[in-house]
Design a protein around this ligand. Structure first.
Ligand code: AMP
Length: 298
């Protein structure tokens, strides 16, 4: 089983073309829905009394939500962000932590033996605390973002030291090390402890660093992008979901995991929030994978 820990949010997202308000989002939401295409996935997190029942049903239909706490006193984590015409640049307008600020995570007994744990972007301290609740995961991967790098850098570094792999986007990797070259960033991430590091570069693809080698991969080309929110988390969920089905962790399985990460990320950005992710099936993923491979064959 794969367990995903992260935020389950209400997102307000503004682009020059459209605004969606308080729609279902959050790092654990995107990552777990994406991963559920590959493996049985459970979710750990907290929402508030304002979380719509329809969103609960939607999650319940795809992932195991026994690890989801519903607070009767607080409000759901709310993230408000805007994109300009350059949809690769996001501006955070507001981060309202609400129920996640004092959340003491617990996991149901059934999750304790999870072999795979994905720490989606969240408070690094909470991420480290939740790790202690699992008996002995085979593979732990984490993600983080600017908010935590700026507010809890030391804890972010400690968290990276406690995982097998890290997935970060380009600007966050540069911010973490105050470094402008992404190859150097990838090497620095590896030097903290994890066996591999993946740096996402949006429409410019992604870079894997593993056993002292760099493996770049172009992104799957998407012409109509509606909402880039959740691309990184969808990448992470698929990456982890794919790896959980492989016997070995080596450069081949990691490169394939990157392809699946890029594929699910490419679906996520085609519509607002989770709309596209919940409308695709196994055939859509397989077809996109074949097409993606074709792009590299010449
Ligand atoms: P991304 O894949 O980077 O686009 O992640 C987008 C998701 O991250 C949104 O759905 C937000 O709800 C969530 N999010 C934004 N800020 C934070 C934060 N500081 N901690 C955890 N999750 C966040």
């Amino acid at each position: 089983m794969l367990t995903v820990f992260g935020t389950i949010a209400l997102d307000t997202t503004r682009t020059p073309f459209h605004t969606v308000e308080r729609t279902l989002g959050g790092t654990a939401t995107f990552a777990s829905i994406s991963a559920s295409n590959y493996v049985f996935t459970s979710i750990v997190g907290i929402v508030g009394h304002d979380f719509p029942a329809s969103y609960l049903d939607l999650l319940k239909n795809r992932v195991d939500i026994r690890g989801l706490t519903i607070s009767q006193t607080g409000k759901t984590f709310h993230y408000d962000s805007s994109f300009g015409y350059d949809l690769s640049k996001r501006t955070t307008n507001k981060t309202e932590l609400n129920v996640i600020s004092n959340y003491q995570s617990t996991i149901p007994d059934e999750y304790v033996d999870s072999e795979y744990v994905y720490l989606a972007n969240n408070d690094p301290l909470q991420n480290m605390n939740v790790l202690k609740l699992f008996s002995k995961p085979k593979l732990i991967i984490c993600d983080t973002m600017d908010f935590w790098i700026m507010n809890r850098r030391d804890e972010v570094i400690k968290m990276i030291n406690n995982v097998d792999g890290i997935i970060l986007n380009e600007s966050e990797a540069k911010l973490l090390f105050k470094e402008s070259n992404i190859f150097t960033c990838a090497r620095l991430l590896g030097s903290i402890g994890p066996a591999f590091a993946v740096i996402n570069k949006g429409e410019n693809g992604s870079l894997l660093f593993y056993e002292n080698e760099f493996y770049p991969l172009p992104a799957y080309p998407i012409e109509i992008i509606r909402d880039p929110t959740g691309a990184g988390d969808s990448f992470g969920g698929a990456f982890m979901g794919y790896l959980s089905q492989q016997e070995k962790l080596d450069s081949k399985s990691l490169k394939n995991a990157m392809m699946h990460g890029n594929i699910m990320g490419s679906f996520a950005i085609e519509d607002y929030g989770i709309e596209k992710l919940v409308s695709i099936n196994a055939d859509d993923i397989k077809n996109r994978y074949e097409k993606y491979k074709e792009i590299f064959s010449f």
